[in-house]
Design a protein around this ligand. Structure first.
Ligand SMILES: [Zn+2]
Length: 164
């Protein structure tokens, strides 16, 4: 998966735009700035699953709570299947922020159908922790970039020397 198909890129870009957003107000757009708390909760739940994808040691209760919360979000902000001769699209039933939440879950669904959901991860470099899309052939990436990878291995090297 060196070059991901455009549909996968669009879906993972949308999920990562939320996970990595510096300002949730900005991500939501001015009209929906009052929904920041719900957006932060959605992001927190998605982040837990991304950390699970990265092989982080998580409390099973934490994962269950995140999954339960995402089920709630999916019920509250539904997607409608728009069926055409050439394909099917999952389209948010609502406008505004609520539509955005549905669109994110639609992107996750799309990624899962394409076998790419497990590839959306969180960088394991402790000073980074950004979400990223793992493009390695065997889904083995732990870091978002070569820079993070070398920072983390430098840190591990120094820690080993300290311990010795
Ligand atoms: Zn990183």
């Amino acid at each position: 998966m060196e070059d991901c198909p455009p549909a996968v890129c669009d879906a993972s870009d949308l999920v990562l735009s939320l996970v990595n957003s510096g300002s949730l107000e900005e991500w939501l757009g001015a009209s929906a700035a009052s929904d920041v708390t719900a957006t932060a909760e959605l992001r927190a739940s998605l982040s837990v699953l991304l950390r699970a994808h990265s092989g982080c040691a998580l409390d099973p209760g934490e994962v269950e709570a995140a999954e339960a919360h995402l089920r709630q979000v999916a019920t509250r902000y539904p997607l409608v299947a728009v069926v055409g001769a050439d394909g099917v699209a999952l389209v948010p039933a609502q406008d505004g922020a609520f539509g955005q939440f549905a669109r994110v879950l639609g992107a996750v669904t799309d990624l899962a159908y394409r076998g790419a959901w497990m590839r959306v991860k969180v960088c394991k470099n402790e000073t980074c922790h950004r979400g990223f899309f793992d493009k390695t052939r065997n889904t083995s990436a732990l870091y978002c970039s070569p820079a993070c990878s070398s920072q983390a291995s430098m840190r591990a090297y120094r820690n080993r020397r300290k311990a010795a």
